[in-house]
Design a protein around this ligand. Structure first.
Ligand SMILES: [Zn+2]
Length: 182
């Protein structure tokens, strides 16, 4: 799937924030989202240092992004649209052309109501809904995993959050077949 590069990037960040900052399981193990680890988890997603206050904002945002992926996984497009509209309203996303660090002019979405990533993620997810592409947002189907993903494969075939979950599921299915055959 190819939206514009901005949308690809922010929707990828949205999934990464959900996976890093919301409790649950990844590959059969609990995800450690302890408040003291948040700045480090956010820094890994954004590729820059993040302070405790911003990390708390991002964790709040991640908690609101997760239901969007869950609703998309259930095929509940109306619910996805309602959730994204609420995010757009709360973060009051305002488009702004910007040019810095030698980059060409590009869009930023500043926020009048919280973290700038809230405005960016809300706008990116709105583009996904507008493109009738909510099926590209999903939750991992692996046993013991509830992490989310954005499917950018050509044929919309992705079902797992990661290679490791895909491989674990394949191995388990292979073993089950082998056992059934004996
Ligand atoms: Zn997974």
């Amino acid at each position: 799937m190819n939206f514009d590069s901005y949308t690809d990037r922010v929707v990828g960040i949205a999934a990464a924030l959900v996976n890093a900052l919301t409790p649950g399981e990844h590959g059969g193990r609990p995800v450690d989202t302890h408040v003291q680890r948040r700045p480090e988890l956010c820094a890994a997603v954004l590729g820059r240092p993040v302070g405790a206050a911003e990390a708390a904002e991002l964790a709040r945002l991640a908690g609101r992004l997760r239901p969007v992926f869950l609703a998309a996984e259930d095929g509940a497009t109306d619910r996805v649209a309602d959730l994204v509209n609420a995010l757009l309203a709360d973060y009051r996303s305002a488009p702004q052309l910007s040019r810095h660090d030698g980059e060409p002019w590009h869009l930023h979405f500043t926020s009048a109501g919280g973290t700038e990533w809230g405005a960016g993620c809300a706008t990116g997810l709105a583009v996904v809904v507008d493109s009738q592409a909510t099926g590209r947002l999903g939750v991992c189907r692996a046993e013991g995993c509830d992490r989310v993903y954005v499917d950018v494969s050509r044929n919309a075939s992705r079902r797992f959050c990661s290679e490791s979950c895909l491989n674990r599921t394949k191995v388990a299915a292979f073993r089950a077949r082998a056992k059934a055959a004996t």
